[in-house]
Write a protein that binds this ligand. Sequence first.
Ligand SMILES: Nc1ncnc2c1ncn2[C@@H]1O[C@H](COP(=O)(O)OP(=O)(O)OP(=O)(O)O)[C@@H](O)[C@H]1O
Ligand SMILES: [Mg+2]
Length: 346
Amino acid sequence: MTGESCEEVFQDSFVTYDELFDLCELDNRRRLGSGVSGTAYKVIFKDKYACLKLGKCLEDQKSFDDEASILTELKGAGGAPLLYCVCNNFPAIVISFRGGITLYKYCKNNELDLETILSLFIKVARKLEEIHLRGFTHNDLKSDNILVQETDGCLELNIIDFGLSTEVGGYVDWYHTPEEHEQYPHYAPEVFFTGPCTPKGDVYSLGYMMFNLLGSYFRKKKIPGPLCLIRLIDFMMDAERTKRPSILQVIEILEKIIDHLGTNATPQDAAASADAASEADAASEADATSRTCAVPRDDVPPVTDVPQRGDAAGSSIINKIKRVALRHALYTALSCVFGCIQQPQY
Ligand SMILES: Nc1ncnc2c1ncn2[C@@H]1O[C@H](COP(=O)(O)OP(=O)(O)OP(=O)(O)O)[C@@H](O)[C@H]1O
Ligand SMILES: [Mg+2]
């Protein structure tokens, strides 16, 4: 699909439901995945592989229309699929096939080292930056909505699923209670409740994704996560969006941490090395506005704004995450001292 421009592929392709199935040959009915808003199939569309996203019912129409118009505007930014065709009497779109597997599966199926995992986060952050520069926010970033493809030994990452994406400053059209946020913790509190959606909402979701993927890595290695990474995630997931670092700051910090990871180091050395990097940064970077992971948490000024409903829920999830991180650190420390102990359920 590389080299195809959006204009080239989306030539006023509005079709009826019947026409859609004439145009799309189902590739052995291969279901790529399904979610709340429908099912994705791998199809052959005009002699090339494509992805058919099919809604469940007519109520899904708005989210499909929104996704179609945002994909047109994005023009492939962040690896977003190109729009091939829109169904005009049922929620369905045909988009370019991005191949590969989800980042979640990629990390689960491969024995990745810390440097590779952190490099993947940087790649995701760069893709997000592309989307933000186009004036949009993704709002639903998670490892299931990122596809990883290996081409000529290089890993390519594509962000997919723009069903909840909005313009920067926009609002997702839904209503939720704080209890519901616990079921969908990857959404930034302001995205889930009050709005507006800004790039900082995607920073929050990236932080949550990093928390999960790094949590699995350190649990597997049975070592505590480096404090600088825990701090970085903590900043990224601040309930107050203005206090989160920007995507560019996240990239910068991750690059610094990678720089300090010795290539031959054991995971323990790597963790210690990453913390050493954090301490070095703390000494050299005293800029209070660009709050890096090196700034101790206690230095953060108290929130003076009247707390919003979203903030309360955000704080509760941050506290929960902190508790989990603390429990995990304690568990790994104890298991180092006493040998193998039963792994706690998070
Ligand atoms: N363009 C694409 N190329 C290849 N695979 C895709 C593509 N789009 C979606 N998929 C696959 O289909 C799955 C579901 O697609 P998508 O995330 O867009 O739908 P969804 O219904 O909004 O899912 P959810 O609600 O779980 O986020 C993805 O996780 C991915 O595996
Ligand atoms: Mg999805």
